[in-house]
Design a protein around this ligand. Structure first.
Ligand SMILES: Cc1ncc(COP(=O)(O)O)c(C=O)c1O
Length: 383
């Protein structure tokens, strides 16, 4: 397989633009210099716009999980209650991280099912210092009700920590309007930069909470990030992954050039096109929705069709040069997932659907070609 000619349609890492790759080959600089401060400041300004926040923004060297751990570990300690909402693999990860630092109150729902807001309300009424939510649950393709959780958290004076790892930069996220105290994104998802950075926004209320916590993480201590970030020449506490900062800066300029509204619209249309295509091919979506949950606009999770394993579809697609994802853990073989993240185009989506039809046809699941493509084109043309 020619890796330079492979279509990456998985939920991150996503393809990065050639100009982003080129940016990474620039010479190293002093990370305690005006040059670095300029890059850091530029990134933070563009990211404020993407997060829709006036809160502080920090860039951490480490993938999305580093940001999740920094968020939880910096604001809670043993004896503090954290409500951890789980309806998929990444909600479970937040719960596991929270259990290391604090006392977890689990709010667990079957993977792929919506969360029950009434139950969350009841748990909040019993008191909690923080609540964690995965906005876009990548493992199941569900978009969870972040605005509603934010409202409930504010009412009960709990810190709202949100994993926006696969929504921020691709879907509509409103950190300030929703009252998100700490929001996290990963560089390799909708921002379309290489993997290795996580970005967090932090509210004043969260900084206040951190001052009371004695055992914060050392490397990813957000108070240390605040101290370094507030210097006249902003910097990071430790040596940052400079080539990734170059890359992220370029990727953010691509986002600025496109505009967030257009970017969100593109993600929505392309994900809708995937859903329309698979419906036409008699493939069911995996998430079960209620009025507060929605299909993800950055990742579509489908049930594997009868008689075919999810891994077979993934492997067949790989042989056709398209990388999609299977199901994780308990969902392995039960589902397959197609990502629409970053700078993905209608050409990418149509190629993916075309190859999916070929795969399904070869396996005898469909007996004619073209219905999925036609449905996808109709959605894209209508937009
Ligand atoms: C919703 C969500 N949260 C967290 C992560 C973890 O990010 P990383 O693999 O960058 O550590 C992922 C990765 O896929 C994700 O989709």
């Amino acid at each position: 397989m020619d890796l330079e000619d492979t279509l990456l349609m998985m939920p991150g890492p996503v393809s990065v633009a050639p100009r982003v790759l080129r940016a990474m080959s620039k010479p190293m600089i002093n990370h305690r210099s005006a040059e670095f401060a300029g890059i850091y400041t530029d990134c933070r300004e563009i990211l404020s716009n993407i997060f829709k926040t006036d809160n502080d923004i920090f860039l951490l060297s480490g993938s999305g999980t580093a940001g999740m751990e920094a968020a939880v570990g910096s604001v809670v300690g043993k004896g503090d209650k954290v409500i951890a909402i789980e309806n998929g693999k990444f909600g479970e990860r937040f719960k596991d991280i929270a259990a290391l630092y604090a006392d977890v109150v689990p709010a667990v729902f079957e993977w792929g099912l919506p969360i029950d807001l009434e139950l969350i309300k009841e748990k909040l009424e019993e008191g909690a210092k923080a609540i964690t939510l995965v906005h876009n649950e990548t493992s199941t393709g569900i978009l969870n009700p972040a605005a509603e959780i934010g409202k409930l958290a504010r009412k009960h004076d709990a810190l709202f920590i949100m994993d926006g790892v696969t929504s921020i930069g691709g879907d509509d996220v409103r950190v300030d309007e929703w009252g998100v105290d700490i929001a996290v994104v990963g560089s390799q998802k909708c921002l379309a930069a290489p993997p290795g950075l996580s970005i967090v926004s932090v509210s004043e209320k969260a900084f206040e909470a951190m001052k009371e916590v004695t055992k914060r993480p050392y490397y990813n201590d957000l108070l240390a990030y605040k101290k370094s970030g507030d210097k006249p020449k902003p910097e990071t506490p430790y040596t940052p992954a400079i080539p990734l900062f170059y890359a992220l800066q370029e990727a953010l300029h691509i986002i600025k050039e496109e505009g967030m509204d257009a970017r969100i619209k593109r993600h929505r249309i392309l994900s809708e096109a995937v859903r329309a295509a698979v419906a036409e091919l008699n493939i069911e979506m995996f998430p079960q929705l209620n009025e507060s949950s929605h299909y993800s606009n950055t990742i579509s999770a489908m049930k594997a069709p009868a008689g075919i394993e999810g891994e077979d579809i993934k492997n067949d697609m790989r042989k056709q040069g398209v990388i999609i994802a299977g199901g994780q853990e308990r969902l392995k073989n039960k589902i397959f997932r197609i990502g629409c993240m970053g700078n993905v185009t209608s050409r990418d989506v149509l190629s993916t659907i075309q190859q999916l039809e070929i795969v399904l046809n070869k396996r005898g699941y469909i007996d004619s070609l073209g219905a999925g493509i036609e449905a996808a084109i109709r959605v894209i043309d209508r937009a």
